[in-house]
Write a protein that binds this ligand. Structure first.
Ligand SMILES: NC(=O)c1ccc[n+]([C@@H]2O[C@H](COP(=O)([O-])OP(=O)(O)OC[C@H]3O[C@@H](n4cnc5c(N)ncnc54)[C@H](OP(=O)(O)O)[C@@H]3O)[C@@H](O)[C@H]2O)c1
Length: 332
């Protein structure tokens, strides 16, 4: 697989990463299968999808434990990125960016991941009660202590931003400008896909100008862009798509022209090319410092997604995808 270099710390990873979240969180929890997830993780490393993206919050904690079982055997082949700063409470998810907490959380992540260093440590969300410089300063100390190689920041969630009434990534860029004063940012993680391209407007140009990598979260539109989901099929109550406005039967039907466009482009590249390949190739085409982290718990999807790195979209393909209708339905 093609390798990509992200950030000031020159982190080299396979061009297509693996988002580990669906193995333990947000998707079909009742159907979690540890063995299948382990096979998927091993397959990713076999195929050069070296970037394994997790978070202490996923599970909570069980996702890091799962990744740790693989790292124990194959640490040298993997690039592990995890996240800190969100805690699963009884009722809500809460932010904690206090320096002492961040340092303890890092030690706990290292233990769960069965490693002595985290390649990319990302701030999941800034804590409104703690100046982000203080949280970032604690994370920088972890780099100096050799527990972490580089630092990343996750974009502020779309719902919070829309409530604040500002541009989608304005708040994230303000945070980036502040933390850059304390310690270099190596990567930003933000949603980026054919049906959620907002990061292209200001966030990706910011990353390009500052030599920062972009990890594209949800590059498959939570599975929708793969064309394998049927409008009205329904989701289990613990699957976040059961509450996602773009996944009502009506919105899934309304957004079918986007899947049809991906299918048309795929068909031009041969029978073996799928809408998922095209969706990932579109993300890869946005810049050499962009790395999609498609989430998957099934080995067959990991295999399919890894091969997207070999698909080169033509200018005509990209123009056709750019002309697709905007997605309907949002978190507002
Ligand atoms: N920083 C943040 O705040 C944040 C937020 C969200 C996500 N993320 C990261 O981004 C990663 C990706 O996002 P995501 O997992 O939510 O969404 P995604 O990558 O857009 O989609 C994941 C879904 O697509 C399915 N899938 C994957 N490959 C497929 C294929 N080739 N054909 C058919 N279906 C396929 C998966 O199914 P199976 O599960 O059945 O395999 C899963 O249900 C996460 O794993 C996480 O690491 C970060």
């Amino acid at each position: 697989m093609e390798r990509r270099t992200i950030g000031a710390a020159s982190l080299a990873v396979g061009a297509v990463g693996l988002g580990c979240m669906p193995m333990s969180w947000a998707y079909c929890g009742s159907r979690q299968r540890g063995d299948e997830s382990l096979r998927a993780l091993h397959r990713a490393l076999d195929l050069g999808s070296t970037l394994l993206d997790t978070a202490d919050m996923y599970g909570p904690f069980t996702n890091e434990l799962l990744v740790g079982r693989v790292l124990k055997e194959r640490r040298a082949e993997a690039f592990v990125s995890t996240k800190v700063g969100l805690l699963v409470g009884e009722q809500h998810i809460v932010a904690n960016g206090r320096p002492g907490y961040v340092k303890r959380a890092c030690d706990a992540s290292l233990r769960r991941l069965q490693t002595d260093v985290i390649d990319l440590y990302q701030l999941h969300r800034a804590d409104p009660e703690v100046p982000v410089e203080e949280t970032w300063g604690a994370m920088a100390e972890l780099v100096r202590a050799g527990k972490v190689r580089a630092l990343g920041l996750c974009a502020v969630g779309a719902r919070a931003v829309r409530r604040a009434g500002s541009g989608l990534h304005d708040g994230t860029i303000r945070q980036l400008e502040r933390v850059q004063q304390v310690f270099p940012v190596s990567a930003v993680q933000a949603e980026l896909s054919v049906w959620s391209p907002d990061a292209l407007d200001a966030l990706l140009p910011w990353c390009t100008a500052h030599g920062v990598g972009l990890l594209a979260a949800m590059p498959l539109g939570n599975g929708f862009l793969t064309g394998t989901l049927t409008p009205g099929e329904g989701f289990e109550p613990d699957d976040m798509r059961a509450r996602h406005p773009r996944f009502t039967a009506e919105m899934m039907a309304a957004n079918q022209p986007i899947v049809a466009g991906l299918r048309r482009v795929a068909a031009r590249h041969g029978d073996l090319v799928t809408p998922a390949h095209v969706a990932l190739a579109w993300v890869l085409a946005q810049g050499p410092h962009v790395v999609p982290v498609p989430g998957a718990k099934q080995e067959r999807w990991v295999t399919e997604n890894a091969s997207a790195g070999g698909l080169r979209l033509s200018p005509e393909d990209l123009a056709e995808l750019a002309a697709l209708p905007p997605a309907q339905g949002s978190w507002d």
